[in-house]
Write a new protein. Structure first.
Length: 337
């Protein structure tokens, strides 16, 4: 977090509010009560963000924690937002041991629901992990999935709490696999599906995503290298593959590295697609440009002998502005002929 003069806080929050007014009105009409209120990286306070999650304003800081006068000035500047979201929580993500602050002690354990496009998602201001249960910058991705998934078989990898899959089910997907290595994340995924009943056949698969993806794509997985077992799945194809990996993670059958080795994910995802299918893939790393991401996906498909008919790159919606027109989140929609 970069230090800021106290008198600068209110005008910067007000400017952010004015920029978002058209988006906030549209989201409210769509049945959405969660968005980024202030994106400090591009709005004059790097290392600080404010999100609305239903009745709660979630303040997050990185690097340096807020000092008491800064927190007081920030909460005062957010008074208009507090007419809709009266509670607030501050989490300092630069240290697991920092207590942050809460407007109500119950927020430390209370489970709430938020709305996006009329769909309901679980939310807690504090939980064992660092990341919120719903990534707000991926709203544009969920919006696109709802346009694509009707009648389709869908594979959602690195599903976390399952929001992309919930969007697919709401759109009328005929079948959905939610795949994640974390049992607790899959538990939340199932809970989110319970909040949004559908006719979709939903499979929750607890597995290393690389192991599952390579099996589905027909690639060999060496079980001898495993320290623990993993589910065996038969090769099969999907109409739509959703690929939202972390920046870097070591797993039992390989390493996820979206900067240096994205093709190790993109190739099996491509091979798990039906003809005429589509891949929606993300890269959250700022140092990888939109052009580099598109070139990598194009080159990977050409080398695999299944070139895309089109590759479209888009980013988050207007509540996640970028000072250079290159937001860290890049979402690619790649289609097969």
């Amino acid at each position: 977090m970069t230090r800021i003069e106290i008198e600068q806080i209110a005008p910067r929050i007000a400017a952010a509010r004015e920029r978002r007014a058209p988006l906030a009105e549209r989201l409210a009409r769509e049945g959405t009560n969660t968005w980024r209120v202030f994106h400090g990286a591009a709005e004059g306070w790097p290392g600080t963000s404010v999100d609305r999650y239903g009745d709660v304003l979630l303040v997050q800081t990185w690097r340096h924690p807020l000092e008491e006068p800064e927190l007081a000035a920030l909460i005062a500047a957010l008074e208009p937002e507090r007419t809709l979201a009266p509670h607030w929580a501050w989490n300092h993500r630069g240290s697991k041991d920092h207590p942050g602050a809460l407007s109500d002690p119950e927020l430390a354990t209370k489970e709430l629901e938020v709305l996006e496009g009329g769909l309901r998602y679980r939310f807690r201001a504090r939980h064992r992990g660092n990341d919120p249960w719903l990534y707000l910058d991926m709203r544009s991705g969920r919006r696109r999935v709802r346009e694509l998934a009707a009648g389709k078989s869908v594979l959602n990898l690195f599903s976390y709490t399952g929001s992309l899959g919930v969007a697919a089910a709401a759109a009328g997907a005929k079948e959905l696999w939610q795949v994640d290595f974390s049992a607790s994340a899959l538990g939340l995924c199932g809970s989110n599906h319970e909040l949004n009943p559908s006719e979709t056949d939903v499979v929750l698969l607890e597995s290393d995503c690389l192991a599952a993806l390579r099996q589905l794509a027909g690639q060999r997985v060496q079980r001898a290298r495993m320290r623990r077992g993993f589910p065996v799945v038969e090769r099969r194809l999907f109409d739509l593959v959703l690929l939202d990996p972390p920046r870097y993670a070591k797993g039992p059958v390989g390493t996820v590295d979206v900067v240096n080795d994205y093709p190790s994910l993109a190739k099996p995802a491509l091979l798990a697609l039906e003809d005429g299918g589509a891949l929606l893939a993300t890269n959250h790393v700022a140092e990888v440009s939109r052009e580099e991401f598109a070139r990598m996906l194009t080159r990977t498909a050409e080398k695999a002998g299944r070139p895309w008919s089109s590759v479209e790159i888009f980013g988050p919606e207007d509540d996640f502005p970028s000072f250079d027109g290159q937001p860290p989140l890049k979402i690619a929609l790649c289609r097969l002929p």
